[in-house]
Design a protein around this ligand. Structure first.
Ligand code: DON
Length: 536
């Protein structure tokens, strides 16, 4: 009962290769996760970085031990609930998105060190080696990176170090131009040599605090010195013979997905028409996202009623208001009134030949985070503070609303949608996740539902995507997701359809079929990925 080959799916072939190299050197999936995570900070700097955070869902084969490593950013100790509001109490939106004031205290370096030291078979320095080499020697600009550079050019141009690293005469470099990051290589080397303290104390910490403060931030040395990763118990839900291992708070993913599955469990979806299937899934999403807005936040700060929200009786109550012939207007559910209404992240999935599994999602929040690079360390800072609810009822970058549970407080983790997920049934295993802000949850949900129907990796990645997040009360969908008749039928049920301008997400899936033994790694055709399956 071991896979005959290892597989890694990530957003970039060089990151997948970094993981494969570590596996070939005798590392396990956890070492490979460190290598892939670190390599992604170099080759996908728009979506991941040492100045950001991440979640890693780990499952060890030998003893079935499973854990969720929470390397989410935290609000600085000087943060206050109203720090992004003006004197009249109105949100200053850019303040939580641009510049170091938008940056949470990074957790990604702590996560890498923790995983290597606790679960790895190789020293951290070995697992970081490919990333260090990529940062020092450089790598060619690829389409998704170029798209990010074009999108954020103006903001990067304000940060001298970021423009020196990523722009040529203030504009985005061409495809194939080589980007080198010598300072980032040095920072990675410090972490390789000194572990946690190489980033969170000493020269790197000092430079980051000084740089962030000089550019308008509020970080202190204490913020970095006190940062710790937290291991949390994953959320587990079993439905239709599939056991889903999912991300717990401060991710909203696991609670929302477990709730959606519970709501849907009373329907025999396959017996319904496609329109009814979409309708029911959307109604389940609407209700799960309402609860996200009301109840979810950092479990170290607020009492998140996980057991209640994922309980079958609770779902039965939610189901009572679902009608097959009509959409439920979001504002008819007790909850919120909206006051008002992208970005990039990156996911990878790993299976090694011992059967160990990792699903990892990491982020700077939107493209290149807050746009600021600290010059001496080459570290881009995140803008994850925008994932807090800046003001009750005011939508963030992803139009998500929130309340007290996700209000800003010193040292608190902002609620996330990142949903690294591992599925297992008699049929086999699927390891999956994607970037996409609030739509992460609906993408992983749809892929999971289809995997439960027997679909393979390629199919679940390629499904047309649709999304509902309670507020705004819209059924978002990719171009082409519904035929004309389906769209008309959904409108007739009362759904307000909203076609998004382009295909979204960049899902990375590894599957292992127990019966055929087949192991597959599939990267989203929407991204510029490379799924590597190699026999060794
Ligand atoms: O943690 C979150 O939910 C967000 N910061 C993720 C951002 C994201 O996926 C952007 N990708 N398109």
């Amino acid at each position: 009962d071991r896979p005959h080959r290892a597989a890694i799916a990530s957003a970039h072939p060089l990151a997948s290769a970094a993981g494969m190299q570590v596996l070939e050197d005798g590392g396990n999936a956890f070492d490979a996760a460190v290598a892939v995570s670190a390599a992604l900070t170099v080759v996908a700097p728009y979506g991941a970085g040492l100045g950001g955070g991440g979640f890693w869902l780990l499952q060890r084969a030998e003893d079935r031990f499973e854990t969720f490593v929470d390397g989410r950013e935290k609000a600085p100790l000087a943060a206050t609930a109203d720090m992004y509001l003006d004197a009249s109490g109105q949100p200053i939106t850019k303040a939580s998105r641009v510049g170091p004031l938008a940056a949470g205290v990074p957790g990604l370096p702590a996560g890498l060190v923790h995983i290597a030291e606790t679960y790895g078979a190789l020293p951290l320095s070995r697992s970081l080696e490919p990333a260090i080499r990529l940062a020092r020697d450089g790598f060619p600009v690829w389409p998704r990176l170029r798209a990010g550079l074009v999108a954020r050019r103006a903001i990067l141009a304000r940060s001298p170090a970021a423009s020196e690293t990523f722009l040529v005469d203030g504009t985005a470099p061409g495809l194939g131009d080589v980007i080198v990051q010598p300072r980032l290589a040095e920072t990675l080397e410090r972490i390789a040599a000194q572990g946690h303290d190489g980033f969170y104390r000493g020269a790197v910490a000092g430079a980051l605090v000084e740089g962030a403060r000089a550019a308008g931030g509020i970080w202190t040395l204490e913020d970095l010195e006190t940062y710790q990763v937290v291991e949390r118990e994953p959320i587990v839900a079993t439905w239709r013979g599939t056991r889903a291992l999912m991300a717990p708070p401060p991710s909203a993913g696991g609670v929302a997905m477990a709730n959606i599955f519970q709501i849907l469990s009373a329907y025999d979806l396959q017996r319904h028409s496609r329109v009814e299937q979409v309708h029911l899934v959307v109604e389940a999403m609407r209700r799960a996202f309402r609860d996200r807005a009301l109840y979810l936040g950092d479990p170290d700060f607020v009492d998140v009623p996980v057991a209640r929200l994922t309980h079958p009786f609770y779902a039965a109550g939610q189901r009572a208001s679902i009608r097959l012939d009509r959409a439920t207007p979001s504002d008819s559910l007790p909850g919120f009134k909206v006051v008002s209404g992208g970005g990039q992240t990156t996911h990878f999935s790993i299976l090694d030949t011992a059967g160990n599994r990792v699903a990892g999602t990491q982020s700077l929040n939107s493209w290149f985070g807050c746009g600021y690079m600290e010059p001496t360390t080459g570290v881009m800072l995140n803008n994850e503070m925008d994932d807090f609810s800046v003001k009750p009822g005011v939508g963030n970058l992803y139009q998500l609303v929130g309340a007290q549970a996700n209000a800003i407080a010193p040292g608190k983790r902002m609620l996330s949608s990142m949903s690294p997920t591992i599925l297992e049934s008699e049929r086999g295993v699927a390891i999956l996740g994607t970037p996409g802000g609030s739509r992460i949850i609906s993408m992983v949900t749809l892929a999971t539902l289809e995997w439960m129907n027997g679909a393979d990796a390629e199919t679940i990645v390629s499904l047309p995507r649709f999304h509902h997040q309670y507020l705004p009360d819209k059924l978002f969908h990719e171009p082409g997701a519904f035929g004309e008749e389906e769209a008309a039928a959904l409108r007739a049920l009362g759904h307000q359809l909203s076609e998004v301008s382009r295909l979204y997400g960049n899902m990375q899936v590894v599957t292992w079929d127990f019966k055929t033994g087949k192991v597959e790694a599939v990267s989203d055709f929407r991204g510029q990925g490379d799924a590597k399956v190699r026999v060794y």
